[in-house]
Design a protein around this ligand. Structure first.
Ligand SMILES: [Zn+2]
Length: 93
C-alpha cells in the first residue's frame, strides 16, 4: 500500500503544503538540472562533477575564464558548462 503511493506521485491524494515562491523557483531549477544531468552521456561526467562541486561551494554560475556570471538560460541549456557564452566561443576557436 505504501509502496504504491511512493511509485505513483501523481496518484497521491494529499498535496504537500505550498512552498514559498522563491523555494519553488529554486526547486524546479534543481529538478531541471538533475534531469539534464541524468540525460547527459558519460563523456560529460567530469564536467558534471565539477559543476556539482561548484554548486556545493557556491561558485556555480560563474565563468571560469573571466569570472563573469553565466546567464541562467545558458546554464539551463548546458548545466555543466564552466564558461560564459563569450569565453566558450573564444575557447572553441
Ligand atoms: Zn567568461
Amino acid at each position: 500500500m505504501m509502496s504504491q503511493e511512493a511509485l505513483g506521485p501523481e496518484g497521491g491524494s494529499a498535496n504537500p503544503a505550498p512552498l514559498h515562491p522563491a523555494e519553488v523557483g529554486t526547486h524546479s531549477f534543481e529538478q531541471e538540472f538533475t534531469l539534464n544531468l541524468l540525460s547527459s552521456d558519460g563523456d560529460r561526467l567530469e564536467q558534471i562533477e565539477a559543476a556539482l562541486e561548484k554548486i556545493a561551494d557556491g561558485s556555480y554560475g560563474a565563468c571560469e575564464e573571466c569570472g563573469g556570471r553565466i546567464p541562467k538560460a545558458r546554464l539551463e541549456l548546458i548545466p555543466d558548462t564552466a564558461y560564459c557564452v563569450k569565453c566558450a566561443s573564444k575557447l572553441e576557436g
